[in-house]
Design a protein around this ligand. Structure first.
Ligand SMILES: NC(=O)c1ccc[n+]([C@@H]2O[C@H](COP(=O)([O-])OP(=O)(O)OC[C@H]3O[C@@H](n4cnc5c(N)ncnc54)[C@H](O)[C@@H]3O)[C@@H](O)[C@H]2O)c1
Length: 403
């Protein structure tokens, strides 16, 4: 559809938490039309239809991928369905935007890439935070050398992920469940984006500290890039410390806010509570605030977005750079300076879908395509393996950024 006036019809499979944040972005972008949604949960499908009466709705993925109104299928089903849903959409000759991680094994991602190629359609991964303006500006600095050579990236995030209501699929100890598979894709994709993509080797581990939650709830890794850039990444979802305290001035949790997710889970009235609460975080659910939700947005603590959940310091020859609410702060050789980025309500989701539109309508190269997604997937698999074998792992499927 190479045309400057093309409007891309979007079909969504899976109306969970991920879709709840993406739907408002597609809805307000003039290059896209919300054409259809599919979900096996009829009630959630009904909530979507109420908000988007012109869109088609389907109770299975097969019906949606066959729709003539759909040009691009956004796949936001649980990780273990990604391979199958992508295969169906690609074989129906639809472009695909797939949630992270694109799938859970290298073979599955290679098959997905080959199927897209054979059908002459595009495959992109929804690593939205790697398109965040602050992250892209850091990539530009690394590429153009305005502060000299990129040397080191250090990122920490501590939060409550493991104790918020989780689905059985998120709590499976198999690949696809646990914090490395759910939050790691963002963290390692951002780091790869800034450093140019090519991880040479890594040492890492993902660990399960609470047998009652069954899955790794924390990970740590040391990444060595081909050009010698180093990165460390630490993540804990054990709901003790919250790294926003290190990032947001004035953010100090009250006694009521501290470990609130653990407390809510501990005080659950029955074993079904967690599954029901997770469902209420899906499209239109009572535990969701803001667009796509019926919950009370004011009740949730204000968020500055995923990338402001913990400190990230990016070090160059001539300065350290820190992310701030307004943009970037550069601590240089002689002075401290600000780079305002004037984000105006836009986040990485806007950048992700705009670059996808450029690829569909104007044949521009697609950043974060299937091979990029496979390279981030390889990082996750290698951290698991490194932890198991307690040794450094050398990577084989890395790919550079599209700059
Ligand atoms: N929750 C988030 O905020 C978030 C953010 C970014 C990315 N993601 C990613 O998005 C994907 C989905 O995560 P989620 O948290 O939204 O999941 P979820 O479990 O909350 O929602 C998944 C939705 O898919 C539907 N579904 C399940 N099987 C289906 C099938 N066979 N056919 C059609 N619909 C089906 C479910 O009914 C549900 O509405 C994952 O890959 C996850 O890593 C999630």
């Amino acid at each position: 559809m190479a045309s400057k006036d093309a409007v891309v019809g979007v079909g969504i499979i899976g109306l969970g938490g991920a879709s709840g944040a993406m739907i408002p972005k597609f809805a307000k972008n003039p290059h896209f039309k919300l054409a259809a949604a599919g979900d096996i949960d009829k009630e959630i499908l009904g909530r979507f239809k109420k908000d988007h009466p012109d869109a088609e709705v389907y109770e299975d993925a097969a019906g949606l991928v066959a729709s003539k109104s759909v040009d691009l299928v956004y796949i936001a089903t649980p990780n273990n369905f990604h391979t199958e849903h992508a295969r169906m959409a690609l074989e129906a000759k639809k472009h695909v935007l797939i949630e992270k991680p694109m799938t859970i094994d290298i073979e599955g991602s290679q098959a997905m890439i080959a199927t897209a190629k054979r059908n002459g359609v595009l495959l992109g991964v929804n690593v939205k935070h790697s398109f965040e303006p602050r992250v892209l500006r850091l990539r530009q600095m690394a590429r153009d050398g305005e502060l000299g050579r990129l040397r080191m990236i250090n990122h920490w995030r501590f939060q409550d992920w493991l104790y918020r209501p989780r689905t059985p699929e998120e709590l499976t100890p198999e690949p696809g469940g646990g914090i490395l598979w759910r939050q790691g894709p963002h963290q390692f994709d951002i780091i790869r984006t800034i450093a140019g993509g090519m991880v040479r080797s890594l040492r890492g581990t993902a660990d399960t500290w609470d047998p009652a939650r069954r899955v790794p709830g924390a990970h740590a890794a040391f990444l060595d890039f081909e050009d010698g850039t180093l990165a460390t990444a630490v993540y804990s979802g054990y709901d003790h410390f919250d790294t926003r305290e290190l990032v947001e001035s004035g953010y100090t949790p009250s006694a009521a806010q501290h470990a609130a997710a653990r407390r809510e889970l501990r005080e659950a009235p029955n074993p079904e509570w967690e599954g029901n609460a997770a469902r209420e975080e899906r499209y239109g659910g009572s535990r969701r605030g803001g667009p796509g939700g019926s919950g009370d947005a004011a009740a949730a603590p204000p968020s500055m977005g995923w990338i402001m959940g913990g400190p990230m310091i990016v070090s160059f020859d001539k300065g350290d750079v820190r992310l701030t609410r307004a943009g970037l702060t550069v601590y240089g050789d002689e002075e401290i300076s600000e780079i305002p980025l004037g984000v105006k309500g836009e986040d990485g989701r806007d950048g992700r879908i705009n670059t996808y539109y450029e690829a569909i309508a104007h044949d521009r190269p697609l950043p974060a395509d299937g091979s990029w997604g496979m390279a981030t997937l390889e990082v996750l698999l290698s951290i698991e393996r490194s932890g198991r074998e307690r040794k450094e792992i050398f990577l084989e499927h890395q790919t550079p950024t599209v700059d």
